[in-house]
Structures are given as C-alpha cells and as structure tokens.
Ligand binder design. Structure first.
Ligand code: 13P
Length: 250
C-alpha cells in the first residue's frame, strides 16, 4: 500500500519570515493528515522552515542540488549541505530547471545519484511540453526521461523514489490534465518502472503536478496510480495547501 505524498514546491517565493509564518499556519491544519506532507522552500529559507516545522509531521525538501559533494562550483548547493540543514527530500529535474537552467536527463541522473549518496529522498520530475503532446510524443518523452534520469539506480534504492509527472503545459497555467489523462501517463510511467525494477514498481510513489487545487485533488487522487501531488501556486497559501493535503477528509 503506497502512502500518499503531497509536496509543496514554493519555487522562488518566501523569505525566512514568510516561510516561518506559512509553516506556523500550516502545522495545525495538516496535523492529522493521512498523506505524507512535504514543503520545499528556496535554499535561503530551508533552515527557517525546518525550524518552524520541528516536531510536526511536515518534512522539508530542497528544490534542487548539485551532483558533487563539495568543490569549486560557485553558487551551487550540495547534498551534504542540504542534509546538514535537515532536508529529507529533494526535487530533481523540475521542468523549470530543464527549461531555464539547462537541466538534461544526464544532469538529472547525476543529481539523483548524489541524492541517494547523501540519503536524500528524490522527487524526480518528468513531463512533456505542449508541442510534444500535440505531436503525439508524450509517452516517448516521459519514457526517455524516466529511463535516462534513473540510469544506474538499483531496485533496492528505487523503492524510496518519488516520481512527479508534471505536464509542462499544465504548470502555472490553470490547465490541469484531466484525471484520466494524468492516470494514463502515470500508469505508463509505472509500467516503465516495472520493466526496470520488476515488482518494486508497485511500491514507487508517483505524483501528479500542474495546477493542482483543492477543487481538483479528489478526482486526481481517486485514480489508481496517482499517489499524491506536487503543488506549486496553491502551496503558498496554508488553507489551500492544507485542503489539498486533507483531500480525503471531506
Ligand atoms: P502549479 O501548481 O503552480 O501549476 O505548479 C506545479 C509545479 O510546477 C509544481 O512543481
């Protein structure tokens, strides 16, 4: 049985004070959630967020990491640094990083291995652009991202993996994939993971992301292969994010 996982990707939002205030509001609202709850602040607010979440059921993740543990890499942040701050998760290969910062399946793979090396649990993002979808290439793109991104990962490790399917055209646009479309691609991702890892694929959690809101979460979560959500905009408001986390409490 896969425990649902709902993660908030704050992207480039929230100072230390804003992060603390948001987590302070969130704590009592998600305290009894069945789903695992994760928030992913920008690097600068990780320490404040970990502090504000201390003793609660909210885990903290980073939005990226570098693949080397230390060295002359100006501006980068490594796995040991994130562990040191109290991060449990790390998002890898978000489409915004692929689109604006040159992230490729090869860099995703190096970062994934760095996350495991440092005992950080990766949330690996995959998803097609609008042009790729319209050209009928969705499954091919997602398959390549999964196979290349996870290269070298063994089935013992794969069990701890979280994959986030985020169709790029649904991110920040208000256009959610229909629950049936999301289920179709996510079932395909699980099938691909099955070809790579056998029975372990049934234990790997796969999230949907892209304009998730309190109004659409229940239908998404009712799909058999959708195990949670990676939430952008709606995770910046405690009440909205809590309503998504508590999707099963109506
Ligand atoms: P939105 O929920 O704002 O569409 O963002 C989705 C996302 O990119 C989460 O990582």
């Amino acid at each position: 049985m896969r425990r649902p996982i709902v993660a908030g990707n704050w992207k480039m939002h929230n100072t230390t004070v804003e992060a603390r205030d948001l987590v302070t509001l969130l704590r009592p609202l998600v305290g009894t959630a069945r789903a695992e709850v994760v928030v992913c602040p920008p690097f600068t607010a990780i320490a404040a967020t970990v502090n504000a979440a201390s003793g609660s059921n909210i885990s903290v993740g980073a939005q990226d990491l570098f693949w080397e543990d230390k060295g002359a890499y100006t501006g980068e942040v490594s796995g040991p640094m994130l562990r040191d701050l109290g991060c449990r998760y790390v998002i890898i290969g978000h489409s915004e990083r692929r689109q604006y910062f040159g992230e490729t399946d090869a860099t995703v793979n190096k970062k994934l291995l760095a996350a495991y090396r440092n005992k950080l649990l990766p949330i690996v993002c995959v998803g097609e652009t609008l042009a790729e979808r319209e050209a009928g290439h969705t499954l091919e793109v997602v398959s390549r991202q999964v196979r290349e991104g996870l290269k070298g990962l063994e089935s013992g490790q794969a069990r701890d993996l979280v994959v986030a399917y985020e169709p790029v055209w649904a991110i920040g646009t208000g256009k959610t994939a229909t629950a049936a479309d999301a289920q179709e691609v996510i079932a395909f991702i699980r099938k691909t993971l099955g070809e790579m890892y056998g029975e372990t694929a049934a234990a790997i959690r796969i999230q949907y992301g892209g304009s998730v809101r309190p109004e659409n979460i229940a239908e998404l979560m009712a799909q058999p292969d959708i195990d949670g959500a990676l939430v952008g905009g709606a995770s910046l408001d405690a009440v909205s994010f809590a309503a998504i986390v508590n999707y099963d409490e109506k």
